[in-house]
Design a protein around this ligand. Structure first.
Ligand SMILES: C[S@@+](CC[C@H](N)C(=O)[O-])C[C@H]1O[C@@H](n2cnc3c(N)ncnc32)[C@H](O)[C@@H]1O
Length: 404
């Protein structure tokens, strides 16, 4: 039997179960293997740690896509069972979407089009929308896809180039659409929302979609749909809980913690993965070097670097990164051995991360439930479910809210 979606009345109980689970196992998911030569939990779970550390990079990658089935030493399997049970969430029923003109999909990248179609076909409001508001719309592909002949569309976006292309596309299709330049975080954004609007947000990042929930509820919108993304893109260092239940929780989340749900890479292509692996292996090797050069056994954060850095010889990479970070010049080193140690560490890090990854979906659902409970407090009935396959987008959770 397929899993059910979550609706008002069930939200708080699930939130509290997730809250307890995340709090109880904080020691396992908070520390990031990338930053530590040894994780604090390894002393308590030596068998699991040794097993994970003995595996290859390829094994880590294969296991991450089928995490809950991994036959690792205790308590991995039991934690996986609990995480899976707590993360269960069904797909919204899909409706037969009205036929759309083929030219609507012109200029929409394939994966984005499939996400938009999935989002649109899982929207079900009691009241027929009259005026869609595409929030952080980019070129407004989602809004255009949703808008029928008798409906209006407003797109809010702050990037002028996207607004210009979006307006041109809407004009070409003869749509009654307004593409407005608006920083949705600015004070004057409140004027853009009124009760006639049905806001939709597909993959709007942290503060951006939170702002929508706040303004839509304050300005009387009777229905909205949000598929959140990048929970860690927030201005504050610590997560600001929205609902009373999350505010009362002992779970305090840093921006770094909020990155956990975003750490999977199902949609990355082979070239991107290879580049990311090399960048991480080299950084891990540099980390070993900088600990030795500084005489401080601590991780040293390094900034993200242009991809050209990965075309340099490894020794030059280390010299340049040391200079950038104000670390003493490495001089001559056994570069071959050091680089190999970086790759070895990468394999260990990726395997140790598998334990942390069990908490990825529970944390994401905790965050989504915080948003849902907040909207419930604002008088909405809320339902949560998935709108597309995980492979199409790992950010596949959808929140629908309606108020009488
Ligand atoms: C991840 S994209 C999603 C775009 C679109 N909804 C989609 O699914 O293709 C986020 C969009 O938010 C826009 N954005 C970022 N910060 C913004 C802000 N403060 N105000 C308005 N738009 C913003 C970006 O320019 C970008 O187009």
């Amino acid at each position: 039997m397929s899993e059910p979606i979550l609706t008002s009345g069930e939200l708080l109980a699930r939130f509290q179960a997730l809250d307890g689970f995340l709090l109880q196992h904080q020691a396992l998911w908070r520390p990031r293997p990338f930053y530590h030569l040894r994780l604090p939990w390894e002393a308590e779970l030596p068998e699991l740690a040794a097993w994970l550390r003995s595996r290859s990079l390829e094994q880590a990658q294969a296991s991450d896509s089928d995490l809950f089935a991994l036959a690792a030493p205790a308590p991995f399997t039991e934690l996986a069972r609990q995480a899976q049970a707590l993360s269960q969430l069904g797909e919204f029923p899909s409706r037969d979407a009205p036929a759309r003109a083929p030219n609507l999909s012109v200029d929409v990248p394939g994966r984005k089009l499939a996400q938009i179609q999935a989002f649109a076909s899982h929207l079900q409001f009691q009241q027929q929308p009259t005026h869609w508001l595409d929030w952080c719309s980019g070129k407004g592909h989602l809004g255009r896809w949703l808008t029928q002949a008798d409906q209006r569309l407003t797109c809010l976006e702050y990037d002028p180039a996207l607004i210009e292309s979006g307006s041109a596309l809407s004009k070409r299709l003869g749509l009654d659409a307004m593409h407005l330049q608006q920083d949705v975080l600015a004070g004057d954004c409140s004027e853009r929302l009124s009760k006639e609007h049905t806001p939709v947000a597909l993959h709007a990042c942290g503060d951006l979609h939170v702002r929508l929930l706040q303004l839509a509820s304050r300005n009387g919108c009777s229905q909205l749909a949000v598929a959140p993304c990048c929970y860690n893109r927030i201005a504050s260092k610590q997560y600001q809980a929205l609902s009373a239940a999350a505010q009362a929780s002992a779970l305090q989340l840093s921006r770094d913690d909020l990155g956990l749900p975003l750490s999977e890479t199902v949609t990355a292509g082979a070239r991107v993965r290879r580049q990311r692996d090399q960048s991480m292996a080299w950084r891990l090797a540099f980390d070993l070097l900088q600990r030795q050069l500084r005489g401080i056994d601590e991780y040293l954060p390094t900034p993200s670097l242009p991809s050209e850095w990965l075309s340099k010889p490894f020794a030059r990479f280390c010299h340049d990164l040391a200079a950038l970070k104000g670390v003493a010049s490495p001089g001559e080193q056994d570069w071959v051995t050091l680089e190999a140690s970086g790759w070895q560490r990468l394999a260990e890090v990726r395997n140790l991360e598998l334990l942390r990854n069990l908490f990825r979906r529970p944390l994401e659902l905790w965050l989504l439930l915080d948003r849902a409970l907040y909207l419930e407090e604002q008088g909405y009935s809320v339902s949560l479910g998935t709108f597309c396959d995980y492979q199409l987008s790992p950010r596949n959770l959808l929140l629908l809210a309606e108020r009488a």
